[in-house]
Structures are given as structure tokens and as C-alpha cells.
Design a protein around this ligand. Sequence first.
Ligand SMILES: [Zn+2]
Length: 402
Amino acid sequence: MHCQFICTQCGRRYSFDEPKLRCDGCGEPLEAIYKSLKPEVEGQGSLLRKFRGFYPFGDVSEAMSLGEGRTPLIQSSVAGGQLGIDALYFKDETQNPTWSFKDRGTLCGVQYAISLGYKRIGTVSTGNMAASVAAYGARAGLSTFILVSAGIPAEKVKPIAVYGPHLIRVKGHYHELYDESLRVGEGYGIYFINSDAPFRVEGSKTIAFEICEQMHFHVPDYVVIPVSSGGNFRGILKGFEEFKSVGLIDDIPKLVAVQAEGCPPIAEAFEERREKVRRVRNPKTIARAIENPYPPSGNQVLRKLGENGGLALTVSDGEILDAQRLMAREGVFGQPAACAPLAATKRLISKGYLKPEDRIVLIITGAGLKIPSALDHLDVPIISTAVDGLMDAIGKVVEGSS
Ligand SMILES: [Zn+2]
């Protein structure tokens, strides 16, 4: 299928085999556009095969798939009950091969890189995306360069290193590293599948596609998304837009972008009705996966929020941790960033913005076990006993609860 890239701001076009991430003219991110999409959503195999009518890849290599996507949409009982919302759902992206939504975009980015003949790929990340690119690079047999910030905590390095990439710690701000990666990529023929690379965004479309299918093509009223670079937000919205353009759905849900109070560049600009994000000085939040002080797709998220009629807001670390506990009480254990949507929903219900009758989907972006240190804040009662006291100890619990 014919595909080009278009600048999300100025509309300048680039050809499919020009592997750019940003516009030469205005510096804003690019996105893929197609001449004709085909409403084909049937079939087995990887996401790129199943939804092939929405991708430009004629020949998809199934061997690169690790079984990403096809994650469950779980109707909430505990949180929904507490908030008085009947139709509250978790789109559980923790069930991907490397336990986050990033695998969808990585598969897509790797497919694009291979179709252009690249032998090397890379990414700039401190967490979910690094592990994902390292895993898929290993799977595809590509030489994989992972650039992480120098301050990355030890608990996050080894789950990336285990896949065997070239892992490089770099001192400097994230956005400087992002820009430098593009220069390095051009210099050494490395395709950087960064957070808002066009084909990473294309991978995120499948979250929207699956929600449509799982809700029998009757879209929810709201989709609530933790937002960092803005790439996943853009992809999910693009997915709904493309399904509408081919007539598979009639409406597009309103999107809610959630950020942490300690790092809110997009939410702050939205609140102040600015068109551009400003870099946040001294970002600090427990939700590290959305701690992006200068999001490369921030301005595009603001433009799309305006068109979509959605909103951006912040939640505190305390609210995030409360939401993490609440979700776990019904079996879904997200990392802090992944729990921000539930925290935001709680706020928006109390403000009357969301109504109990609304149908709401929360994107649970990554798994709780990825950030074990966040559990230091978890205060749970644990019973201790010797073996000969076990009968009594359990007896007390049983009697207490009857
Ligand atoms: Zn441009």
C-alpha cells in the first residue's frame, strides 16, 4: 500500500524510504499517511498481518513476532464499583511479551527498519521501550543499541541488558540524547525506534483497533492514557481515526491525557491554553515511565487534543499509589504510570466531568513488577507465625471475617 510521511505541523511530505523521525523544516514529528486503507481486520498471525489493511508492509516476517498485542479488555468490578461506574475497563497492556504496550510499536518499527534494509536498530529510553527494543532486536538478529541515561537505577539496567544489546549509559538530558541519537543513526546506519518514531506510533494504533473489536465496534466515550512522549497517545487516536475513515466505527472517543504532578509539560500547556510545551525543570514523580520533561510529541498531542475535544490533567504520586493498590485488589498490577488513568478517572468523576453512565477505557501501559522499588510505599498487614501457631493464626482470620 502506498505510504508517505507527513509533518504533523506544516504538512511537508517525505517519502516512505526516507527514514526520518522529524520534519527538516519545522522540527515537529512526522506521521505515516496512506492513499487507501482497507477495512480488513480478520485473521491469524501477528498484528501486522491481522491488520494488514492499515500497514504498508507487503511481506510481513512472522518470525519477528513475540506474540505482542491481543491483550484483554477487563471490566472493572472493584474500582468501577467504588467509583459508581458500570462500564469501566482496563486495557491490560501488561500482558505483552516485555510487559508493556511498547512491544506493539517495536514490532512495527523493526518491520519498517528491516524493509529498508537496516541491520542495526536502537532506542533512547530508561525503561519499557529499552527492554522492548532489546528483546525484539535479539529476536530479529539485529545489532541493537540502547542509550540510557547515566542515572538509571540498577533495578532497571539488567532487565534490559539480559537481552544482549549494546547498552550505553549517556550523561545528558533526555531531549538532547533523543536529538543526538538521530545524528548517530544517520552516521552509522542505525534506525532509532524512539518514543514517537512514525512506525512506533503506527504500532500503537492496534490498541485502538483491539478496543473497537472487543467492544463490538461500539466505541467507548472516553479513553484515558498516561502520556510521556506523546507517541502512544497519537497512535491510539490515529487508530480510532483510521477505523472511522473506513467505516468500521461511527464515532471517536474523547481522549484524556494523564500526567504526573511532578512532570506535567503537556497538562500544564493545556491548562494555560498554550500551543507549545515548555521543558519542565527538575521533574520528579514515582511514575518514571511518564517522567518526560520535554516530550517530543508534546505539541502534536496539544493540537490533537484541541481537535478531539479531550483534555489533559495531572494526578499526584499519592493518588497514583492509591490507584495502584485499588487495581491490584481486583488482580491487575500496573506500574505507577499505568495507574495514573484510574487516579485521573477518580478525579474527573468527583469533578463531575465524567459521569457514572460513561463507558471508559483505561490504558494500563506497563506491569507493576517492573518497578519493584515503588512497592516500598506499599504498607500491607502481613501475619507471621511459627508452624505450630498456624492453626490459631488462620482461625483468627476466619473468625474475624465470618
Ligand atoms: Zn514541518
